[in-house]
Design a protein around this ligand. Structure first.
Ligand code: GLN
Ligand code: ZN
Length: 767
């Protein structure tokens, strides 16, 4: 057999190459699949994924990376952290209880509020937030990890189970009822971890992977100090421990990591290549180093020859103590490139999904073990692909690069400051006080989706498609007029997704057929891939917006997705900085803004739904990000004349710490999500005087509930205490595409009435 270095992964995608898990889960939830059959699907997927790892010659298969919903939720079940509302009486947490914790309902058990869901670090994966109550107890309450170990062992695999480390687990949770110091829970928590570790050891497990991604965050000193004693206790169980850091550099947590009494440390050298040498330099002799050099967050083929070169020296230094891995779990990339039968073969050669990344690890592992002959051909092919990508005219468009190079400061400045623009816009638009509007999309009915689907499958001709969509626009405009809204939208019926719609029309993007990545539970997304210099062959939205504007005298907003959001929700190039790609997007969108204006559109909204989530994990990197992100937005918007009103929209309400950057975007109007937090967001306006107009969402579109007039008026009264009436807009907190028409009409009717009452009061005030 060919020799190979120690190689492993931190985790494999669990949804299945054909999203088998999604299908099975949804069938089970709907009562169309038995629990036994669901468990069977899980077992098959695990067996397949382990087999793939074994075929790639990995030293261990990773166990317990599988989950029916979420690995953090599984951890809560394992530790017995089940909030009281699920009425769990102790013992093993049943699968349906787990699903109720995740989604509020399951085939058995009472419906109950689901746990909060939030983003896993800076990824688009969402986990269920653990809830810690005063006097929180922990107890071993799940067999999952032990059963999966047995399952893998029975298949003849060398196993390395994975758990979330105790400090990361605590960090991710929220205290409930009263606020208290989560670290105080360690005394109860660590013994349960020890119990788990001892059980695993008794099963014959030798290595355990403990994920501690918080080692890549800015940590308070108490948290940093908690690591050593906790791991000292865990080490006493006799299990060999691999502590995994990822998503960034250890930086100021480096000493903390190196001083742990563990046998191996994993570092991410894709996100933080600069840490490789310093870590090796300081690595204590008892520690092995798992080098995460294959990108677990992106879909590009690695430059293997370069890694062989860089790691050869390290191999001599560390010998057996050098392990090879992907930077983080492969959860964040699609499963198998082989499923892409329609992708351009030239572009396909540049990519690697999870299965291909296993093969990359194998090639690296064999090459570094000195068995070059066995994989010479693979290394040659890899070199050829890397070189082709480097010079391909498909990617490199001199005109695009030149345009970015020639960006001058005036490109990111509107002609006049906000006050002047506002005066011109006021004359031009003649809007009432408290103008009402919506965020862009109207309900996407089954009929609309069918029309789009038929058109895409070539079952419907272009003419017919356009006629049907225009009818939809006409009807949406009529509805809005009947409701008495002041600023209308065309409804976005032609858009399947706010990023994909633009990606499909821009050059430099490619779309996979099967490139699904888990977002949460059974939900998957298929991010576009930005592979080359971005340009806009022709207008993307103008015809729809123009048609809509022709149907009414009221202003209809042009509707674009902003450069930062397109970037954030795509797989992006790794051969140039994100900022560069973002500026290319900004220039393409800028042209669209100008074309919309030319076509008579007076208000243009540039959605930046993902602006906040692009923020780096480390505070020290915020400024750099905000600088280019704000610049990209301003370049997109600033070609517009003073009289053209620029709107932006953002989801998520945690803006307090980036208010100055949001103000610096200098949109004339911003609409934001606030209604779920009862305008809590507005507290930010206490400390920071937002200079332009703002529409704090007055109702939550994520629920079908129809809010009353009084309720919305109350919110507006609250908002008016912080924002002067002349600068206050009235709108829902996000797009309406997931809602049904009935509740949409009722809600908007109430919203318009609330705005009218506010105006009425204003009149009384003046007299
Ligand atoms: N204009 C988009 C819509 O209304 C905005 C969606 C979003 O913010 N996520 O659907
Ligand atoms: Zn939104």
């Amino acid at each position: 057999m060919v020799k190979q270095m120690k190689t492993h992964i931190l985790g494999f995608p669990r949804i299945g190459a054909d999203r088998e898990l999604k299908t099975a889960l949804e069938a089970y939830w709907q009562g169309n699949l038995s629990q036994a059959d669901l468990l069977q699907v899980g077992q098959q997927l695990r067996a397949q994924h382990w087999q793939l790892q074994r075929e790639a010659g990995l030293t261990w298969v990773t166990v317990n990376d599988f989950s029916f919903y979420d690995q953090v939720l599984d951890m809560s079940a394992l530790l017995g952290v089940v909030p009281p509302r699920y009425q769990h009486e102790g013992g093993v947490v049943p699968l349906d209880t787990l699903f109720r914790m995740a989604r509020g309902r399951a085939p058995t058990g009472a419906d109950t509020t689901a746990g909060e869901m939030t983003k896993w670090f800076d990824t688009n994966y969402h986990y269920i937030v653990p809830e810690f109550y005063p006097k929180q107890a922990f107890s071993l309450s799940s067999d999952k990890v032990f059963q999966e170990v047995t399952e893998a062992q029975q298949l003849g695999h060398e196993v390395k189970p994975v758990l979330i480390g105790p400090l990361t687990y605590l960090w991710l949770g929220k205290t409930k009822q009263t606020e208290f110091d989560k670290l105080a829970l360690l005394d109860q928590l660590v013994p349960v971890y020890c119990e788990i570790l001892r059980k695993l050891a008794a099963q014959g497990v030798t290595w355990l992977q403990l994920d501690e991604p918080i080692l890549s965050l800015d940590l308070p000193e108490e948290w940093r100090a908690a690591f050593a004693p906790v791991y000292q206790t865990l080490a006493e169980t006799g299990l060999q421990l691999l502590v995994a850091s990822y998503f960034g550099a250890l930086a100021d947590n480096l000493q903390t990591a190196l001083q742990l009494p563990v046998q191996a440390l994993h570092i991410d050298v894709v996100r933080a290549p600069e840490q490789l040498l310093p870590v090796v330099e300081a690595l204590p002799p008892h520690m092995s180093l798992s080098v995460g050099c294959i990108d677990g967050r992106n879909i590009w083929a690695s430059d293997l020859n370069q890694w062989v070169q860089r790691l050869t020296q390290l191999k001599q230094q560390l010998g057996e103590r050098l392990w090879l891995s992907a930077s983080c779990s492969l959860l964040h990339v699609p499963v198998d490139l082989a499923a892409e039968r329609r992708m351009n073969p030239e572009i396909k050669a540049w990519l690697a999904f999870a299965v291909q990344k296993l093969r990359e690890l194998q090639v690296l592992g064999v090459a570094l073990a000195g068995e070059d002959d066995a994989i010479a051909h693979s290394l040659q092919l890899n070199a050829a692909a890397i070189e082709a990508r480097h010079v391909s005219p498909r990617i490199h468009k001199p005109a695009v690069k030149q345009r970015v190079a020639e960006i001058t400061p005036d490109l990111s400045e509107r002609s006049s400051p906000y006050e002047q623009r506002a005066a011109v816009q006021k004359r031009q638009l003649q809007l009432p006080l408290y103008p009402t509007t919506t965020i862009g999309s109207f309900p996407q009915t089954a009929e609309i989706r069918k029309i789009r689907f038929d058109f895409k499958q070539l079952l419907m001709g272009r003419e017919e498609y356009e006629r049907r969509m225009q009818n939809e626009i006409k009807s949406v405009i009529e509805q809005q007029q009947a409701l008495g809204l002041d600023v209308l939208v065309h409804g976005e019926a032609e858009r399947n997704d706010m990023v994909e719609y633009f990606g499909e029309q821009l050059e430099g993007f490619v779309f996979s057929q099967q490139g699904w990545v888990q977002s949460y539970g059974s939900r998957c997304v298929k991010p576009p891939i930005i592979y080359g210099d971005v340009s806009r062959p022709e207008p993307m939205t103008v015809a729809w917006s123009q048609f809509a504007q022709q149907q009414t005298k009221l202003p209809v907003k042009g509707m674009l997705t902003g450069p930062v959001t397109i970037l954030q929700w795509s797989f992006v190039r790794d051969d140039q900085p994100r900022a560069q790609t973002c500026l290319q997007l900004a220039l393409a969108l800028r042209d669209e803004v100008l074309d919309l204006e030319q076509a008579g559109i007076k208000i243009i909204q540039i959605d930046e739904a993902a602006f906040r989530e692009g923020l780096p994990l480390r505070r020290a990197e915020w400024d750099a990000y905000l600088t280019w992100a704000v610049k990209a937005f301003r370049i997109t918007a600033s070609g517009a004349k003073d009289e053209t009103q620029i709107h932006t929209h953002m989801c998520y309400s945690e803006f307090n710490d980036i208010m100055p950057a949001i103000a610096a975007m200098d949109a004339d109007v911003i609409t934001i999500e606030t209604s779920r937090s009862q305008m809590e967001l507005l507290d930010a306006f206490q400390d920071f005087d937002y200079p332009n107009e703002i529409g704090p969402g007055v109702y939550d579109i994520h629920s079908p509930r129809v809010p009353s007039v009084e309720e919305m008026q109350q919110l507006l009264i609250h908002a008016r205490q912080r924002i002067p009436a002349e600068r206050l807009w009235v709108n829902p907190d996000c797009g309406l595409k997931t809602r049904a028409w009935a509740e949409t009409l009722d809600s908007l009717r109430n919203m318009v009435t609330a705005a009218q009452r506010m105006r009425g009061e204003e009149v009384k005030h003046c007299h």
